[in-house]
Each structure stands twice: as structure tokens, then as C-alpha cells.
Design a protein around this ligand. Structure first.
Ligand SMILES: Cc1cc2nc3c(=O)[nH]c(=O)nc-3n(C[C@H](O)[C@H](O)[C@H](O)COP(=O)(O)OP(=O)(O)OC[C@H]3O[C@@H](n4cnc5c(N)ncnc54)[C@H](O)[C@@H]3O)c2cc1C
Length: 426
């Protein structure tokens, strides 16, 4: 693993706020361990379960299928805050980047788990319009003190030696503190940490209904059993409306089952290739990252308009051929039939594009953590949610992200999330 970057922490002005009712009730039962359920076994649910267990809660995680069955199992998994707006969301993502590094350092002091590649990102643009847009973003990132350096063509060539050099590359930029995640390695570590802290992980156990009362929350399980405890965290990603509707607090999400490029995107993987790549590349035609063993993962945001969650494109169909052609224009030593899979990823995206983290209602016991960019944010949001659930203190980084703004609304109550074809709109 490459050396992990050194971040300067974003400054968090503002004070922690005390959340009302349920937390005080949780405190009253502090003689016994607080029973908390986490619903959903993706990165967000696992990170939250681990952080809760670390703080002494009696945690049970319910996953209706298997760990990583949702969006976390199929993600580009680039850790960044590159072009994230507004400022509060940028600050949250920067803190998320920093949290990954700290957690990875902690994990490596105890185990071999290495989910974070501190490899940085290289990006360039081609035609005049793209170049101007990239420069505007770079200027904006510099104003935000986000690390970004210009790279010479010689440096680019040294870094990516098998790049096909056609003289058309303009303006190369490097974001040295960005990282790539191997999601299954991260989920495996979070799960084993949570289990070692006595968290019970129940796979193949869906939650079909839930009920909140002043003293407790009750979950109805698909097995016919019930679970009762003092708080419940919904970390069910794009499926969160199923349970929030049951509670009478429907949460506005973008419908990931529609062929909608805001919610769906292609992710292609290659067979093992000899093309050398050890960092994340954002190029005019493709985003490319290494996923291990010589295999690459590809994204082409301009093709996402053809993505349909119900159809898997054929490798030799038009989308597959386009991915392969773009890759062979970029790298030497790429065979035409180099793809191994094309899948359609389905995003977990609140209707205004921003995270929703907090109690669904102020006096309630059900807490939601749902976001896009969840790979970047999982370790941080897991910790901040656990802090709020256990101590009653809400971190200032969360102040813009209360679920209240989404409750009782639908995606049609919000203006469309901008989908610009620069990849940091991840
Ligand atoms: C194409 C694509 C590219 C992306 N690229 C990036 C990127 O570069 N960087 C980044 O940071 N993020 C990226 N993301 C987003 C990121 O992957 C997600 O935000 C993140 O994985 C969401 O994690 P989650 O734990 O909230 O949800 P999920 O991983 O979907 O987990 C939810 C889990 O809940 C379970 N569940 C649902 N309902 C129930 C129930 N009733 N009972 C029990 N279990 C239930 C599901 O089975 C599932 O396992 C990308 C996403 C896509 C689709």
C-alpha cells in the first residue's frame, strides 16, 4: 500500500448540539447496555454498528441478504471531495477522507486489512470547453485549500507508462490525497471488528416492519420474530423508503429502480491486463481505477443515460464495445475483447443529493443514515451517528444534514440533482 497522506483537519466551527428526548431516555438506561439495532449490512450499516459496539452498545445488525449485497458491493469507490457542493458537503467529505486514513492506520497496527490505496487521482481534459471547465474546478478547489498540483506530460508518462500518447492531452492535474477503496476488504474488516466487540450480525434476516413507542422500538423480522430495544439505525441505502413509509415518515429519495442516470451507472471490469496503472485516472472518455491482479474498473458517465437497472448489457453489445474501444484508445497492450463484466450500479441518493443523518423525528428512536458518496463517508458517518446515539451530542459537521428536510416529500418536490459529466459527481 502506498504511503497514506497527511491531512490537515478541516476546521469545524460551531458547537455540538444536544439532541432532545430519545438520547436522554437512552442515558436513563445506562446501567444496562443500550440495545441498538442497525438495519442494513453495507458500508454505512457496518461502520455504524462497529462504532456503536466500540462505545459499549449491545448491537444487532440485520441484513436481509448478505453483507455487501447492496450498492456497497458495486461501487467505483473513489474517496474524494472533488467538486462536492455546497461547502458543508465538501467539509463533510474532506473529514470523511481523513477518517479513512486514520482508521486504516489503526487497522494496520492490528491486522493485515488494507482497504485504502493512497494512490491519488490524475485528471486531464481535451477540448477547449472541457479544459476551461476543469480549470474552473481546479481554481475552486485551490480556493478551498484542497490539495491539487499540475503535472508535466513527462511526469504523467512516468506515472502511467503504458498511456497511448497521441499528443492531444492538455492540462494534467493531480489530486494527491485522494484514495481508492476495496469495498469488500473494508466491509470484512468492519464486520470482524464489530463481531469482536460482541455485535451480532444476522444475515438473511430482513426487517419487514417497525414500531416506535416512547420507551422502545420494535422490529418485526421476516423470520416471524421480533427484536426490541432502545434505538434503531436505518442504514438500508436505496431501500430506506420501504421502512420510513411504514413509520409514517416517508423520506424523499431518487428512485434507483428507474432508468435514471442520477441513480444508475455502468461499472465495467476488465480481465487481467498488462497495462500498468497504480492510481485513479479521470480522462475525457473514461474513469479508470485498478482493482487488483491487473484488472481495471471503468466508468463512462456520458454512457450512463443508457443504463437500465433491469438489464445487464452484453459484453459484445454497443455499450461493451464502446468501453473496450475507449480503453484501447487510451492504453497500449489492450486486447479488443478485454472486458470481463458490465454491471449497472444503483445509487443510494436522497432527493436533493445530500446526506440524511439523524433521528427521523426529534422525539423518536429511529435514526437514519443514508447518503450517496457512502464509500467516502462511511467511517466518518458511522462514528458521528454512534456518538449522537450514545451521548446525545450532535457534531457540527452534521448540522446541514438532518433528515427533516426530506420527510413527507417525494423526489418531485426537489429540483433535479445536477448530473455533470465530470466524474467527481460520484
Ligand atoms: C456506479 C456507482 C459509483 C459510485 N462511486 C462512488 C465513489 O466513487 N465514491 C463514493 O464514495 N461512493 C460511490 N458510490 C456510492 C456508494 O457506493 C454508496 O453511497 C454506498 O455504497 C451506500 O452504502 P449503504 O451502506 O448506505 O447502502 P448499501 O450498500 O446498499 O447497503 C444497504 C443494505 O441494506 C440491506 N437492506 C435493505 N433493506 C433491508 C431490510 N428491510 N432489512 C434488512 N436489510 C435491508 C440491503 O440488502 C443492503 O445490503 C457509487 C455508487 C454507484 C452506484
Amino acid at each position: 500500500m502506498s504511503r497514506l497522506p497527511d491531512y490537515s483537519a478541516p476546521k469545524h466551527h460551531g458547537r455540538r448540539t444536544q439532541t432532545a428526548g430519545p438520547l436522554q431516555r437512552l442515558r436513563m438506561t445506562s446501567q444496562t447496555r443500550r440495545r441498538v439495532a442497525v438495519v442494513g449490512g453495507g458500508v454505512i450499516g457496518l461502520a455504524t454498528a462497529r462504532s456503536l459496539a466500540e462505545r459499549g452498545a449491545d448491537v444487532t445488525l440485520f441484513e436481509r441478504s448478505h453483507i455487501g449485497a447492496g450498492t456497497s458491493g458495486l461501487s467505483f469507490a473513489w474517496v474524494n471531495s472533488n467538486g462536492k457542493n455546497p461547502q458543508a458537503y465538501h467539509d463533510l467529505n474532506c473529514a470523511g477522507m481523513q477518517e479513512h486514513v486514520q482508521l486504516q492506520v489503526q487497522a494496520r497496527s492490528q491486522t493485515q486489512a488494507a482497504w485504502l490505496e493512497a494512490c491519488g487521482t490524475l485528471e486531464w481534459a481535451r477540448d477547449a470547453e472541457q479544459v476551461a471547465r476543469l480549470r474552473r474546478r481546479v481554481d475552486f478547489l485551490k480556493q478551498r485549500h484542497y490539495p491539487v498540483n499540475q503535472l508535466s506530460f513527462a511526469e504523467l508518462h512516468r506515472r502511467v507508462p503504458d498511456l497511448q500518447w497521441d499528443g492531444c492531452i492538455d492540462d494534467v492535474w493531480q489530486y494527491p490525497t485522494e484514495c481508492l477503496v476495496h469495498p469488500h476488504v473494508l466491509m470484512g474488516w468492519l464486520r470482524s471488528q464489530a463481531s469482536s466487540l460482541s455485535c451480532v450480525v444476522r444475515e438473511n434476516t430482513g426487517v419487514v416492519a417497525l414500531d416506535e413507542a416512547p420507551q422502545r422500538v420494535t422490529l418485526q423480522l421476516a423470520t416471524g420474530d421480533q427484536w426490541r430495544g432502545e434505538a434503531c439505525v436505518l442504514a438500508t441505502g436505496r431501500w430506506i423508503p420501504e421502512l420510513t413509509r411504514r413509520l409514517g415518515t416517508p423520506l424523499a429519495m431518487i428512485n434507483a429502480d428507474e432508468p435514471n442516470k442520477r441513480a444508475c451507472g455502468f461499472l465495467a471490469t476488465t480481465q487481467p491486463l498488462t497495462a500498468q496503472l497504480d492510481c485513479n485516472l479521470i480522462t475525457p472518455e473514461l474513469n479508470i481505477r485498478p482493482i487488483g491482479g491487473g484488472r481495471l474498473m471503468l466508468q463512462a458517465p456520458d454512457l450512463d443515460q443508457y443504463a437500465h437497472p433491469a438489464y445487464v448489457p452484453a459484453l459484445d453489445g454497443s455499450v461493451g464495445q464502446e468501453f473496450a474501444a475507449r480503453l484501447s484508445r487510451l492504453f497500449t497492450y489492450v486486447r479488443p475483447a478485454c472486458l470481463q463484466s458490465i454491471q449497472v450500479g444503483q445509487r443510494s441518493r436522497p432527493a436533493d443529493g445530500l446526506p440524511a443523518v439523524g433521528y427521523l423525528v426529534p422525539e423518536g428512536r429511529v435514526y437514519a443514515v443514508v447518503t450517496h458518496s457512502g464509500i467516502t463517508l462511511a467511517p466518518l458517518l458511522g462514528r458521528l451517528a454512534a456518538e449522537e446515539l450514545m451521548s446525545g451530542e450532535r457534531h457540527p459537521l452534521l448540522s446541514s444534514f438532518s433528515p427533516a428536510r426530506l420527510i413527507g416529500k417525494t423526489q418531485h418536490d426537489f429540483s433535479e440533482v445536477e448530473t455533470i459529466h465530470y466524474p467527481a459527481a460520484q
